[in-house]
Design a protein around this ligand. Sequence first.
Ligand SMILES: Nc1ncnc2c1ncn2[C@@H]1O[C@H](COP(=O)(O)OP(=O)(O)OP(=O)(O)O)[C@@H](O)[C@H]1O
Length: 642
Amino acid sequence: MSGRHDKEKGVNVQVLLRCRPFSEDELRSNAPQVVTCNDYQREVAVSQNIAGKHIDRVFTFDKVFGPSAQQRDLYEQAVVPIVHEVLEGFNCTIFAYGQTGTGKTYTMEGECKRSKSGPNGELPPEAGVIPRAVKQIFDTLESQNAEYSVKVTFLELYNEEITDLLAPEEISRVALEEKQKKQLPLMEDGKGGVLVRGLEEEIVTSASEIFTLLERGSAKRRTAETFLNKQSSRSHSLFSITIHIKEATPEGEELIKCGKLNLVDLAGSENISRSGAREIFDELQNTLSTHQGELALFAREMRQRFHVSCEQRKEVSEYMNGFLDKILEQCKNLENHAVQADAVQMKNIDDFQKAYEEQSKSDAEKLVADINHLVSSHLQHQKELVDARLADLRETATGNKAVLDGHVSSMEYVSTDAKRKWQEFSMQTENDAKDIADYSATKHCRMESLLQQCVSTAGSAFKHWEKTLDSVNEMGNDHVSKLVSLTRNASDSIEQHDAEVGSARVTAEQDVAKNTEDVLKHIDRVSEVEQGSVSNILEAVKAHSNTLETFREDHSGEAAAIDGRAKETFEQQYMDYEPTGATPSRSEPDVPSKGTIESLRAMPVENLLDEFRENNTYESFEVKELKPSLIPRSPLVQLNQQ
Ligand SMILES: Nc1ncnc2c1ncn2[C@@H]1O[C@H](COP(=O)(O)OP(=O)(O)OP(=O)(O)O)[C@@H](O)[C@H]1O
């Protein structure tokens, strides 16, 4: 991530660490916790078990977001300032790096479905960096009342091949595969950057248009995955927003600000090598460890070289000193020779002069002059020879000295370089040691302050505990005394209650005995009455049965009489016609009408029974005056009654 303030400070990359919470599967399988985040101190501690040895390593980042950090926290603390920079006309990039399943897509995209948005377009709490940045950009642009234009691109990089996720829809598989074959080329833009030729740039005017494009691009990416059987964790996606804002300076000049925000969701880091990158967070660690080892080896080697070069330098210096001593000695010898030769020549000349002076003084001067000339020539020649020899020697010595100086200076350079590197290394090591010492001192201080806090907390907790204990004791005593008095009251009331219950029981028992006696007497009386009633009933039944017997006998007598009379009547009134010779007289038999017969037939038995009961009740066995029958009687009754 980059920002202007950081640029001013000379830092243009920030590394933030986000650690997601355990998934349900991880919780279910009791996965061990190997990473501990300290958001406040921006530190992450990683615990590892290597070859049965527990190793804790602490890493420091620009910001640390632990498992409880929400999407909004991360956005507000880390991304809002970057989007401000983009709106100020800077180019910024945010990318998510991590292993598959660590939460890159969740952090970058989150849940940005429009269906989940609030009524006023506010985003759901799970919305990630991309939808939040889009919203921030449009909210700011719309509130600024400035002329602006926004363009977006969305591409996917897989196996060093670029796919345009905003290109018009290709529905069929054949068309998609065709498209896959036409990968977009990556080119230099001539300004030190790169561009993807043929990449669709969509001009957008609102956040919701961008959300639509994002959904389209993501859907296309998923379709491509299905057809090509590849996974999101193996591909990078790059969503870019370019903003042009037209502004007028106070002097009235037109100013166009152009900022670009690149939002990158990288492939799972374990797959990144497929697309050219490498596993950085382990790579760095390995490199660091390797470099530490190399540095130690280098330091050891430099120390050895330094010693060797010191030895060599000493040897060379000794050799040089010996060599120079020899040259000086030779020079001295030559000078001695020259001096001796001069002395010999001078002596010869003196001798010759003396001898010649003895021969001829006039010729002598000439001879002396010749000889002087010869001698001086000779001397000159001798001197030239000596000078040449000396020059040769000097030249050789100078050459040797230059070579030796070269050796010495290269040795000096080597030893100075080694010394410098050694000093740098020592300084670095010293600084590191100092940093570590400072760090551990800080840690120590922090531990001390924490311990002090613990001690004071424990002290105050102890006091609090003592106070609580006192008040608990006091409350306990109070409760005990209240309980004793309550128990006493309760036992008094129980005793009183027992006495009341005892007297009530005695009264009740007396009442029960008296009532039982009354009831028994009553039962006796009732049974006497019942016995009387039963004997009355039996008498009544007997009287009835006698009546019935009489009635039956009367009835059969009357029935026989009726039969006789009926026979007689029929014989008189329905005799066969016999020819007598006289005119037969008309007879009018008393025959029941059809209606009478029908009414008689239809008479219900219940009615007959009711009528019978009415006239023969159990209550009274006295003969009642019979009520006139409501039942219509046939004319035969009249006959019967005659
Ligand atoms: N901070 C978080 N809070 C709650 N759930 C999270 C968080 N981060 C990730 N998850 C959940 O963890 C799972 C994996 O996350 P995600 O798909 O974003 O991983 P990834 O790193 O993008 O994986 P890949 O490299 O395969 O695309 C998802 O179900 C996601 O909802």
